[in-house]
Design a binder for this molecule. Structure first.
Ligand code: SF4
Length: 105
């Protein structure tokens, strides 16, 4: 198991009752689908792995909560809320730009 994969597994081990994580569509799935492996991964392998993970996120009832958790926690790796790390960084950049534009306007 990857270092990053264990962080998702740990997330589900410490959940309190009635937490949003109880509704996660990825519960019971292999965490390694959501994180790049420590070893080399081909583009085809990465795309296939991410497609499976994102398909779970697409049908997840707590996608918004998961995404906000990952952004607030500064999760640097893996797919959370249906977005890759690069896609989450883009969301943060867009929100920051919108905030600055709001302050300027
Ligand atoms: S949005 Fe994706 S990663 Fe987050 S809890 Fe749902 S299935 Fe899991």
């Amino acid at each position: 198991m990857t270092t990053y994969g264990t962080s998702l597994a740990r997330l589900f081990q410490v959940e309190p009752e009635n937490d949003w994580r109880n509704q996660a569509a990825c519960r019971g799935m292999d965490p390694e689908l959501f994180f790049s492996p420590d070893s080399f991964e081909t583009k085809q392998g990465k795309d296939g792995r991410e497609d499976i993970a994102k398909a779970a996120c697409a049908r997840c009832e707590v996608r918004a909560e998961c995404l906000e958790y990952a952004i607030k926690a500064g999760e640097r790796y893996g797919i959370w809320g249906g977005l890759t790390e690069q896609e989450r960084r883009a969301v943060v950049r867009r929100r920051t730009a919108e905030l600055r534009a709001g302050r300027a306007g």
